[in-house]
Write a protein that binds this ligand. Sequence first.
Ligand code: ADP
Length: 607
Amino acid sequence: MKACRRALPTVPLDANVVSMLAGAIALVVFIIDALTPLDIAIAVFYVVVVLLVASTGNRSSTVAAAWGCVVLTLLGFVMSHDEAYSSGAAARCAVSLLAIATTSMLALRNQAATTTLREQLELLNLAHDAIVVHDMNDRITFWNHGAQALYGWTAQQALGQSLQDMTQTVFPVPYDEVRAELLRTNRWHGELTRVRQDGSAVVISSRAALWRDEKGNPRAVLATNNDITGRKQAEQALERSEAFLRDAQRLSSTGSIAVRFPDGEMWWSDEAYRIFDYPRDTVPSIDAVLARTHPDDLALVRGVFGQAAGGETLVDIEHRLSMPDGSVKYVHYVARLATRQSGHREYVGALMDITGTRRAQEALARSNDELAHATRITMLGELAASIAHEVTQPIAAIVTSGGAALRWLNRPTPEISETAQSIAQMIRDAKRADEVIQRIRAMARKRDRLPAPVDLNGMVGESIELVRRELERHRIDLRVELAEPSLTAYCDRVQLQQVLINLIMNAVQAMAEVAGPRTLLIAARRLDGEEAQVIVQDSGTGISDEHAGRLFNTFFTTRDDGMGMGLSICRSIVEAHGGRIWAESPPTGGAVLKFVLPVDEGRSHEQ
Ligand code: ADP
């Protein structure tokens, strides 16, 4: 440590002043030596000259001064003793020369050692780390450029100061503990908070080592300091964002899953564990996922893992989980191929627990069905006259045929074949009445959606039959254009009838308000390719621009006795069948309501 202190930048003596002083001393010594008859080795004082020049640190000047002093010594010897050289004088000259040589050598060696030390200190200054040495009283004895850059104080300002006081050091544990550990292990490592010269706080990672002298006494502490303020902040930001992610995953019931192929190694987030209901120490694996997969969805899930193993870029699957408590969860897993490296492919994705959404959808579908049922009943009430007519007509025909049959039997010679014909007619009429009643019962029955292939022309015909009386009552001129050949849609027949009857009844009501001719077109046709279209066009009031956008909104009605449910239910039924419904206002007046459904071409249907 002494060496360090000597080498610290101190105010250097001016080299010129020293040289002049050395020259003056050399001159004085030479004059006394050469010109005075003193019998002493005055030339020994040349060592002062050598030492003075050596103190400038300049090696070549030191060598030159040494040789100069040797020359002056010899010159003085020659000048002061003409031709009689006493052995005493020669001995004094030799002693002087020896003293100059020895002093010069020592001075040069010292210079070399000082230079080496200075170079080593320069190397310490090159270090990026702040390097600080303080003695056992906390006084700073070394302060490199890194320390200046980190804390702001120059070496000149810092040397001699108390390190802890100057930087207002806050240790993570009481300082006594730090000191005790240093003395016990010669080492200490920890994080400190300090204040820079400009007053800003800085978080420091400090590594300290204790230096002991030869006797083992602690003498100084060397510490390397690094600014970790940014890293701490980064760690805090990372922790915070991890906490946010955890909360977001929890709140949205969305876990993260990464899976690597071909080895199938997996990684799950906390939320993924929660969704699968596995303890946190379970090793994530495809087998663990399959173990939770609903038996009916196993083939589906295996297939998706197979696709991923085959390199598919996007994986998107909805399936069920069978939980240990017997409950069923619905999950939606979406993953994309994130990395493709050295034979490995890694998928990163989100696993969403959509059980709540599914249940809500099911409840919504149920309440839609209930609503549809309620409006069907209301509609049947409105159609009571039509229905009564539909039923009474075949019953009246049965009565007529029965009377005819009786008459044929009551003949003196009963007309068996005529009677049989009348009875056959009766049976046909009875069947028709039965069909009508079945249809009405189907409309009135409360039941779940029953999709099946439905012949659209037939469905249109049946619906018209149910409202025929209304059409007649309002003197509506009906035109029907059916698809040729007929089209089949995979749908619920009764619900579709409900849609069409609703549209027809709306048309009837719109036309009841106009004086002109009342014409109604009901058409079923194939739209391009895969879709069937049903059209109900009337010559009624038409739809104003103001109302056009709200027609299908629930509770939107312009009628005093309207509920505003009809079109909204029509839309949910059509959309539930994968179709669309909309209204148009043709330039000829009136309104056109159209809906399309996917055509069923005998494909297989999974429900
Ligand atoms: P509601 O018949 O009870 O009013 P809807 O949902 O069936 O309920 O119809 C909503 C509104 O749409 C009707 O009140 C009417 O203003 C308008 N609308 C429906 N069909 C037609 C049509 N064919 N012509 C003109 N307006 C219509």
